[in-house]
Design a protein around this ligand. Structure first.
Ligand SMILES: [Zn+2]
Ligand SMILES: [Zn+2]
Length: 277
């Protein structure tokens, strides 16, 4: 039966929101990795928990923005699909699984690379993105450390990409699942062995690569912008193979204040501080 665009929108809103299985999957991965990190690597459970608590507050600010803007994201997707609009529809066999899902996913990942570069290169946007980089102890909880203004900017960009490409709910859902798992694992304190990293990083962003992106000083901060795939960094010469653990220092040379970085409220205010203007 043919569904009206409004019905499609309503059903896709529910489809695209994490189902119980998805939430359990994400929560399961985060909690398991966090516990393993705590058992294997943490010198103090209390310090690790304090650090995690600061980052967990960002879930509370991101969630309303994310949920509200998803409505617009789906409206744009419904409109594009019902009008056969977007770059993906210019390809041969636009409704094939290959174009819709595989090409759609790869192009969306490239868009995410562009977004990340823009967040670093445009000063006003960098002031918000640096909140993610300001974490002095990178662990799995850093995944959710994102200023709510960045959440809004990220969603605006995503809506733009969906409009330009004509991306369907299906590929958005696929992207959301793979991207979330990739983001969680790339922030974990565990690294791959150099040999395994050399193989996996041929195509994917590994923790080893993303750790370099969180190193406190340039040019490392401007390396490894990739989200799921590392091919864009290799293509545009922003790739770095990884730094030895003893050379890595997380944070930003401009924002190394421990007390500020450990306070949710103070971190929220960083982008509005005078020295950033
Ligand atoms: Zn970054
Ligand atoms: Zn990160």
């Amino acid at each position: 039966m043919h569904k009206s665009p409004i019905m499609q929108l309503i059903s896709s809103y529910f489809i695209s929101h994490p189902s119980l299985t998805q939430v359990l999957l994400y929560a399961g991965i985060i909690v398991s990795l966090w516990l393993i990190e705590a058992v294997v690597l943490a010198s103090s459970w209390k310090d690790k928990w304090k650090h995690t608590l600061t980052n967990m507050f960002f879930i509370l600010t991101a969630l309303p923005v994310q949920l509200f803007m998803t409505i617009f994201l789906l409206m744009v997707s419904v409109w594009a699909i019902s009008h056969n609009w977007g770059l993906l529809f210019m390809l041969p066999h636009p409704n094939s699984i290959f174009v819709k899902y595989i090409i759609g996913f790869i192009v969306l990942d490239f868009c995410e690379y562009i977004y990340h570069v823009v967040m670093h290169k445009v000063k006003t946007l960098w002031n918000f993105h640096l909140v993610h980089h300001s974490d002095l102890d990178l662990d799995v909880s850093t995944t959710v450390r994102e200023h709510p203004v960045e959440t809004c900017v990220r969603m605006c960009f995503l809506i733009l990409w969906v409009f330009l490409l004509g991306a369907s709910f299906g590929v958005l859902l696929l992207r959301q699942t793979i991207q979330t798992i990739a983001n969680i694992t790339s922030h974990t304190q565990f690294k791959l062995s150099p040999r395994a990293n050399n193989i996996v990083s041929l195509v994917f962003i590994t923790p080893n690569l993303h750790h370099v992106h969180h190193h406190y000083e340039l040019p490392y901060t401007d390396c490894n912008y990739g989200d799921v795939l590392s091919i864009w960094d290799r293509l545009f010469n922003t790739y770095h193979n990884g730094l030895p653990k003893n050379e890595l220092l997380f944070g930003l040379d401009t924002h190394m204040d421990k007390e500020v970085n450990a306070s949710f409220i103070k971190v929220l205010k960083i982008p509005f501080a005078k020295k950033n203007a």
